[in-house]
Design a protein around this ligand. Structure first.
Ligand SMILES: [Zn+2]
Length: 112
C-alpha cells in the first residue's frame, strides 16, 4: 500500500492489482463479468487482501478451481519461511500496478 491521489476519491492508500484490471479501471471500462481472484497475505499479524485477474492468478496457481489463496509470510521466531518466497515473487511481478482501492472496489462491484 502507498498513499497516492485519485482524481475521484482524493488521497487513498493505493493497492496493487493486475495490469489488465488497472487498464480497465484507468480507461473507465466495465468489461462485463470479470473473474477476480483474491490473494490474501498474512505477515506479522497483518492481513492484506489483493484482487487480481484470473489470468494473473493462474500464472502462480495453476489449479483453475481455486480463486482464493491465503499465503503466510515467514515466522521469524520459528525460523519458518512459509510462503515468503512465493509472496516476494508475486508482489515483485512487473504485471502488478497500483490502483485506488475505491476505484478497484467499484470496478469489482460493477462487473459482477
Ligand atoms: Zn478512486
Amino acid at each position: 500500500m502507498k498513499p497516492a491521489i485519485c482524481e475521484k476519491h482524493g488521497i487513498q492508500n493505493f493497492v496493487v492489482t493486475s495490469s489488465d484490471f488497472f487498464l480497465a479501471i484507468d480507461e473507465g471500462k466495465i468489461p462485463g463479468p470479470i473473474d477476480a481472484c483474491k490473494i490474501k497475505t498474512s505477515a506479522f499479524e497483518r492481513i492484506s487482501e489483493n484482487f487480481v485477474s484470473r489470468h494473473f492468478f493462474q500464472r502462480f496457481f495453476k489449479d483453475s478451481e481455486i480463486s482464493e489463496v491465503h499465503l503466510i509470510d515467514r515466522e521469524k521466531n520459528l525460523k519458518k519461511m512459509n510462503d515468503r518466497l512465493l509472496i516476494r515473487k508475486i508482489f515483485s511481478d512487473s504485471d502488478l500496478k497500483y490502483v485506488c482501492p475505491a476505484c478497484l472496489h467499484q470496478f469489482l462491484k460493477n462487473s459482477n
